[in-house]
Design a protein around this ligand. Structure first.
Ligand SMILES: [Zn+2]
Length: 245
């Protein structure tokens, strides 16, 4: 490739936005995602535009001495349903149990990981340089706090992620979802998925899909679906202006 500019990314962004649909919103398809070749697992998938933004950010992080890696990217409905079923089956399926589960895990169909715009990151270099320990990533807060293996990368990203279009939707303020310092969202696309949750048809579509998939705890969920969407999907952080350019 020469030094010419790539086809205008604004046009490709417009195309990706135009292709957004309800199936992608709820994780019922994987047509919109591709394998991320720089991830250590073939299972990691994201939308092509997000892969590109991620790759640019990863290269910049490498130059700064970090090895940005993805622990989890796209997840489909079935994958989220497996997580859900395991957690709910281990509970007493009460309203309180539901709240507790939703604090950490999304209701299948409402995970931002369905969109192909989100990933959970870690610093592979930070992990390997922690001597004497065979530490495994757990995605817990102290890994991203001072002294933790991902802390310095997390700090670096706070200064730079916005330039690449990424931001943190879950800062643990107000809405009931735990703070997730490891979860990054590609704002130029994600904001359009999120906006779909403001349309009643999206909620109806999800309700029908949950019924068709025989979701465990359906009666518990169906009566408060609108409320769950409002609280856990819509009340998230607003992307900084920098990330939306
Ligand atoms: Zn995540």
């Amino acid at each position: 490739m020469g030094k010419e500019e790539k086809p205008l990314s604004q046009d490709r962004l417009k195309q990706a936005i135009a292709a957004i649909n309800a199936e992608q919103l709820i994780g019922a398809t994987s047509d919109h995602v591709v394998v991320v070749s720089t991830a250590d697992s073939e299972k990691v998938k994201l939308q092509p535009l997000v892969v590109e933004a991620y790759t640019n950010m990863r290269e910049a992080a490498l130059r700064a001495g970090f090895e940005l890696q993805i622990a989890s990217g796209f997840r489909d409905f079935q994958r989220q349903q497996a997580i859900w079923t395991k957690k709910l089956a281990a509970s007493n399926e009460s309203e309180r149990a539901l709240e507790k589960i939703l604090h950490w895990s999304a209701l299948p169909g409402t995970s931002r990981h369905h969109w192909g715009t989100e990933f959970d990151f870690f610093d592979a270099h930070g992990f390997s340089s922690q001597e004497g320990t065979e530490k495994k990533l757990q995605l817990v807060a102290n890994e991203y706090e001072p002294g933790g293996p991902c802390y310095k990368l997390y700090q670096w990203l706070q200064d730079h992620a916005g330039q690449f279009g990424f931001y943190w939707p879950y800062k643990g303020r107000g809405n009931g979802v735990a703070a997730e310092p490891w979860h990054l969202s590609y704002a130029p696309l994600a904001s359009h998925y999120q906006a779909l949750w403001q349309q009643p048809e999206s909620v109806i579509y999800l309700g029908e899909f949950l019924r068709a998939q025989n979701l465990l705890g359906l009666p518990l969920v169906a009566s408060r679906l609108q409320n769950i969407i409002q609280r856990y999907s819509l009340q998230v952080e607003t992307p900084p202006v920098e990330a939306t350019k």
